[in-house]
Write a protein that binds this ligand. Structure first.
Ligand SMILES: Nc1ncnc2c1ncn2[C@@H]1O[C@H](COP(=O)(O)OP(=O)(O)O)[C@@H](O)[C@H]1O
Ligand SMILES: [Mg+2]
Length: 480
């Protein structure tokens, strides 16, 4: 089509015609197109063949008529010699009538003497004199033939000399009418056949269109339903042809669509759940901080305030020094727990010294919290990373480490950070009892696992968890 378009572009006039034709032909239905093709072909073929047969038949039959005319005329000329010499006009007349009766294409026959006077003829109601001028007897080449239009139809008139013209001439008129009749009958039969074939063609085309359009229309209906959101409908596969393949491809597409919609719905549900859990966790965290501040820091400060007040009333130097030391101790502890609290909320070392230092500090604290777990931390980061990447990796590693400590029952935990091909990679490996990550995610309360993945995906990275009976390995990859 494109080559055709390119070709047509060079001839604007032709192009305009083609476009107008295509506007018209392209707008009609498939049924009309197929019917149009079948009917056009049948009619063109039928008419063409009929026309050709008609031409050939007319040509052959007329040639044959002429041959017969010549042979009848010569036969008549030979047989006329005797009656003419004997001057037997009646015999001559009988001969002429016999010829006319025996050959049904012979319309008339007559004999003239060398001067052109009619000796005998077959005309019943008198001889039409104008016939004498139609063909000439004065020529040199015989037989001489003339084709003319008479009131009986097209005639072929033959002149044949008798005895080289010395005894006169024979004239025979052959009528084309029978030939025309035969040709017309054959033409009529062929046209009838064409009509019949066209009718069969219409029936066949209608059936074919029905066969072709039924699956297409069904496919269109199915597409419409899918468009309206019904993903349970499928296109039927009617036959093993291209339309069947199309139906298969369509069904595959709907399957994929359904699968991806399910995946989206699952993700959406997980996200909603996660959000609710995050909000919960946040509230929980606030409650914990509030409690910590109230019970820990608040109590400590109250006791400091009371201590300071008592200190003002103490006169004894030794007691004073002891109380002051106690107060100092309480203040130090309070400071420590405020620092711890603030570090847990957001490690300032992450901003000041970077991921490696923050992780090292976290690992050290981790080791004191979980003394039964040996932590092995290796960081190979050539430079500091973007703040979002650092905090993300910090949170993910923190979660993976806490999970290992809380759920796996592992004795060793190794954390490895490195860069590769423009990506930061973190591998957190424990030798615990392992678990089924897919199952844990589906369980619905895996805030930690989901938030690890979410955090990584937010930065275009990913988290993969491999777990078996000999431990769990969490692979994290984030673009730098
Ligand atoms: N390293 C691990 N070893 C064994 N089980 C684990 C490990 N990490 C996670 N799990 C399992 O996956 C579940 C989901 O983990 P997570 O989403 O972090 O939630 P949470 O830690 O709050 O229980 C855990 O309850 C635990 O059963
Ligand atoms: Mg967890």
């Amino acid at each position: 089509m494109s080559t055709l378009t390119a070709y047509l572009q060079r001839y604007p006039r032709l192009n305009a015609w083609f476009n107008r034709w295509w506007d018209w032909a392209g707008a009609v239905g498939v049924r009309t197109k197929i019917l149009g093709i079948v009917l056009t072909l049948t009619i063109v073929l039928g008419l063409g063949v009929t026309w050709q047969v008609r031409l050939m038949m007319t040509y052959t039959l007329i040639a044959e008529l002429e041959e017969r005319g010549v042979s009848i005329a010569s036969d008549l000329a030979a047989r006329s010699v005797d009656p003419i010499l004997l001057n037997d006009t009646f015999a001559l007349y009988e001969l002429l009538t016999e010829i006319q009766t025996n050959h049904n294409d012979v319309a008339y026959a007559f004999v003239v003497d060398p001067q052109g006077r009619v000796l005998a003829h077959t005309f019943e109601g008198g001889f039409p004199v104008e016939l004498l001028t139609i063909n000439s007897i004065s020529g040199e080449d015989f037989p001489q033939q003339v084709r003319y239009m008479s009131n009986q139809g097209i005639m072929h008139d033959f002149v044949m000399p008798i005895f080289n013209g010395r005894s006169g001439f024979v004239r025979v008129g052959m009528n084309e009418e029978r030939i025309q009749r035969v040709v017309n009958t054959v033409t009529g039969q062929m046209l009838l056949t064409t009509l019949l074939v066209a009718l069969i063609g219409i029936a066949a085309a209608t059936f074919l269109t029905w066969l072709l359009t039924r699956p297409i229309l069904q496919l269109v209906e199915t597409t419409r339903q899918v468009g309206q959101g019904n993903l349970n409908v499928r296109a039927a596969r009617w036959a093993n042809d291209e339309i069947g393949t199309l139906a298969d491809a369509f069904n595959q597409m709907v399957d994929d669509l359904k699968a991806s919609q399910q995946a989206i719905a699952e993700k959406e549900a997980a996200r909603t759940r996660l959000l609710a859990q995050l909000i919960n966790a946040q509230e929980e965290e606030r409650r914990r901080i509030a409690r910590e501040l109230h019970d820990g820091v608040g109590q400590a400060l109250t006791s400091i305030m009371v201590g300071v007040k008592l200190l003002g009333q103490t006169a004894d130097g030794q007691t004073f020094a002891q109380k002051r030391a106690e107060l100092r101790q309480v203040a130090e502890e309070t400071l420590h727990s405020v620092r711890l609290l603030s570090r847990q909320l957001r490690p300032s070392v992450l901003d000041d010294l970077g991921l490696v230092a923050a992780l090292e500090r976290y690992a050290a604290e981790f080791a004191t919290t979980y003394p039964n777990l040996t932590v092995d931390l290796h960081c190979h980061l050539p430079h500091r990373l973007d703040p979002p990447v650092e905090i993300t990796l910090y949170r993910i590693v923190q979660e993976a480490m806490t999970n290992a400590a809380r759920h796996s029952g592992a004795t060793t935990l190794s954390v490895l950070l490195s860069t590769r091909d423009g990506r930061v990679q973190a591998i957190i490996e424990d030798n615990g009892r392992g678990f089924d990550p897919a199952l844990a995610r589906r369980a619905g309360n895996s805030v930690g696992l989901h938030s690890m993945t979410e955090r990584a995906e937010l930065l275009g990275g990913q988290v993969n968890i491999e777990s078996g009976s000999d431990g769990t390995t969490v692979y994290v990859e984030i673009p730098q």
